[in-house]
Ligand binder design. Structure first.
Ligand code: MTE
Length: 319
């Protein structure tokens, strides 16, 4: 996304195998939280059991497909090709730099124009809102994509609990400020912390989730643990990682990428193959693990669920 963007290449040999880091206890605990626990049990214990007495890296067996029939990317791919500029701009360097980042315990404060502001622990959120499996496409604005099986719950359920007032029109998301643990925060002169925003109706759409897990287990630090936003019809940068503040406001919030390059990254940032980035086409994308490019789908393939949110809006102008 920086100025020296080049077409991205990933060599399979560069994907560093990494042991499945979840302990069996952690896995069983998070699996028990999910509605799909039975389905999960069919694939994951094999991975954890064979991992038990050995140090050999094990990739959880991938039995996930999205609603279009695309297989999910492997756990290895999803956890070794990441955008997370607080650590580094190198997508293949995030996993190593984030390995010791503490994601538990984790709290998120929900406040602003609400009747019932509250700070929640991720554990409490998992108990209250029972994460479910959501297999979503993630389309990065840079032209690569992944299919990721998240564990999460609709953001609308949390918003309902805090009761937005009639004045609230937007939601502002702020992620952790931890320069001592996140080397990119010190080396990149960006206006940290990372900020994002959604209109309230976008935030309340059923596709918008807060993810607290992935691949049937905990949410790895490089993928945004303790808790992250996932908005699958928008470019990946809207899906802010490591959330600590969620504020209900009555204005369109600033976003980090819009502040850095307003002509390149708009507030909406809906996936749209017909609106090119000023420096590259958005018509196609490369799924990590594939060599040929695929056609990018309008609203990333979620048109039926979200097109109504933008009725009457000029999508070239509101990019
Ligand atoms: N969140 C934070 N806090 N910092 C980031 O740099 N990068 C975004 C988004 N969320 C980013 C972030 C971008 S550009 C993308 S494509 C996705 O995270 C990538 O998510 P993934 O690494 O889990 O696939």
């Amino acid at each position: 996304m920086g100025k020296n963007y080049q077409s991205l290449k990933i060599d399979r040999s560069e994907i560093t195998p990494k042991s499945l880091y979840l302990s069996r206890r952690d896995f069983m605990r998070s699996a028990a939280l999910t509605a799909g626990a039975a389905a999960l049990a069919a694939c994951a214990p094999r991975a954890t059991e064979s991992n038990a007495g050995s140090s050999a890296p094990v990739d959880p067996v991938n039995t996930y497909t999205d609603e279009l029939g695309n297989p999910a990317n492997t756990f290895q791919q999803i956890t070794n090709y990441n955008n997370y500029y607080e650590f580094t701009t190198n997508p293949q360097g995030v996993a190593r730099l984030a390995a010791d980042f503490q994601t538990s315990p984790w709290e998120v404060k929900v406040y602003g124009l609400v009747n019932k502001p509250k700070t929640y622990s991720v554990e409490e959120l998992n108990q209250l809102f029972k994460p479910e499996e959501r297999i979503y496409r993630m389309r990065c604005v840079e032209g690569w994509s992944l299919v990721i099986p998240w564990l999460g719950f609709p953001l609308s359920r949390l918003l309902e609990a805090v009761e937005p007032t009639a004045q609230a029109t937007h939601v502002r998301f702020e992620t952790i400020f931890a320069p001592d643990e996140m080397p990119g925060m010190k080396s990149l002169g960006y206006p940290w912390p990372y900020q994002e925003g959604l209109r309230l109706d976008e935030a309340n759409n059923d596709l918008t989730i807060l993810a607290t897990g992935m691949y049937g287990g905990e949410l790895p630090p490089q993928n945004g643990g303790g808790i992250r936003l996932v908005v699958p019809w928008k470019y990946g940068f809207k899906s802010a990682k490591a959330l600590v503040n969620i504020e209900l406001v009555d204005y369109q919030p600033d976003t980090l990428w819009n502040a850095i390059a307003p002509n390149e990254y708009g507030f909406y940032s809906n996936v749209n193959p017909n609106v090119d980035h000023p420096r590259w086409s958005q018509a196609t994308e490369r799924r990590i693990g594939e060599t040929d490019r695929r056609l990018t789908l309008m609203f990333n393939g979620y048109e039926d669920q979200v097109a109504h949110l933008y009725e009457g809006m000029d999508l070239q102008e509101n990019y």
